[in-house]
Write a protein that binds this ligand. Structure first.
Ligand code: SF4
Length: 119
């Protein structure tokens, strides 16, 4: 049996939740003050996801770096591999806000999009 202690970030209360289970099977969830914490804790136990935020290099622009983020959460376990892909990316200007920089990064279904502009 695996036990994972999680702080729920769904609301500012920040409940300390304990999840016990095995692999993708959850046996118990304790410490949540409301039902929204159940889903959050279950997902954190089975497959934690995160929004990825970073920067990419800009070629020939008025700024050397452009802020980017994933347009949906990616599996936490793939975060570093996604960063390795993004590290190799250089964009050419102009770049518009929400322009897709890397589509479907590593098959996660998430696009890496610009959150700023470069010209
Ligand atoms: S379990 Fe409910 S009350 Fe507690 S932090 Fe999560 S959303 Fe807020």
């Amino acid at each position: 049996m695996t036990q994972k202690n999680i702080i729920c970030i769904v609301c500012p209360v920040g409940c300390h939740i304990t999840v016990r289970g095995e692999g993708r099977t959850v046996h118990s969830i304790e410490g949540n003050q409301c039902s929204r914490g159940v889903e959050y804790a279950r997902n954190e136990f089975i497959q934690p996801m995160r929004i990825l935020t970073t920067t990419v290099r800009v070629e020939g622009g008025d700024t050397p770096l452009l802020p980017v983020r994933s347009d949906r959460p990616v599996p936490l376990e793939k975060l570093m591999a996604c960063m390795d892909v993004i590290k190799e990316v250089t964009v050419s200007t102009p770049v518009h806000r929400y322009q897709v920089i890397v589509p479907d990064i590593l098959g996660t279904g998430a696009n890496i999009v610009a959150t700023g502009e470069a010209s």
